[in-house]
Design a binder for this molecule. Structure first.
Ligand code: NDP
Length: 246
């Protein structure tokens, strides 16, 4: 059941996060949006409210544990609790390892991996106490198989896959009913390619996405499906490919 659920979404200012926030809110969820761009979040919340939904936002950098905790605290303050966190914030400044874009490697680890850990840590006490909760995380097809140019990006996405699966197993053992869902999208047309600074990688990816990419609503529908399952059902992994992508 989605109606009435309180759902915190990181990376909610564009792409998959925005599409998911809008779809979930249209189905009766109370959504709490976090990202760094205030103006984008403000506009999305206004759209949701105009359509009759319930939403709030707070500027949040997922690399800062206290900001993620504050986002979860906002959910409790405004909507009385938290049922789901969607760890979706991410960047993909892909490049060959030999180019040694080491600052970007660190940024990907900080946002794509540590950002997810910050989300997990922010909800775990509440979820454990209430013996109910769902953690959805956007990994990638690059978290299932290797791609040239995605050495570090893929490393972060493989890592969050393992994290989600171990949380699922430990929760089953501990009897806390925490559901985990990993999403493995392929080419989705969002603003993600804007984060690539390596010119050759960027132009290759842009051409590829222009040929095969699909809209982020495809992923939003899967998120919606995962949240909608009964509390004793854990639909834990989804790949989402465009039909045109091999
Ligand atoms: P977008 O670039 O449109 O969205 C990325 C989101 O992450 C934005 O809302 C951005 O907001 C947010 N973000 C980035 N850094 C931070 C940060 N430090 N703190 C908080 N929020 C942050 O791309 P997508 O929608 O495609 O990306 C969403 C997720 O999907 C990512 O994890 C990405 O790796 C994954 N993915 C995407 C695929 C695709 O083809 N598009 C394929 C597979 C996975 P802001 O800049 O305002 O902070």
């Amino acid at each position: 059941m989605i109606k009435g659920k309180v759902i915190v979404i990181t990376g909610a200012s564009s792409g998959i996060g925005e599409a998911s926030a809008k779809l979930l809110a249209s189905n009766g969820a109370k959504v709490v949006l976090g990202a760094r761009r205030a103006s984008r979040l403000q506009a999305i919340v206004a759209d949701i409210k105009k359509a009759g939904g319930q939403a709030v936002y707070q500027v949040t950098d997922v690399t800062k544990p206290t900001e993620v905790q504050d986002l979860v605290a906002l959910a409790k303050k405004k909507f009385g609790g938290i049922n789901v966190i969607f760890n979706n914030a991410g960047i993909m400044p892909s490049s060959p390892i030999s180019a040694l874009h080491t600052q970007e490697w660190n940024d990907m680890v900080d946002i794509n991996l540590k950002g997810v850990l910050n989300g997990v840590a922010a909800v775990m006490p509440e979820f454990t106490k209430q013996k109910q909760g769902q953690i959805i995380t956007t990994s990638s097809v690059a978290g299932l198989k290797s791609f040239v140019g995605a050495g570090v990006y893929g490393a972060t996405k493989f890592a969050v896959r393992n994290l989600m699966e171990v949380i699922r197993m430990e929760s089953a053992q501990e009897g806390t009913n925490i559901r985990t869902t990993s999403l493995y999208p392929a080419a989705i047309n969002t603003e993600l390619l804007h984060t690539i600074t390596d010119d050759a990688t960027k132009s290759g990816m842009e051409q590829f996405y222009a040929q095969v990419g699909i809209t982020p609503d495809a992923v939003a529908r899967v998120v919606n499906f995962a949240v909608d399952q009964p509390e004793d059902v854990n639909v834990n992994e989804f790949t989402i490919y465009p039909t045109k992508q091999a």
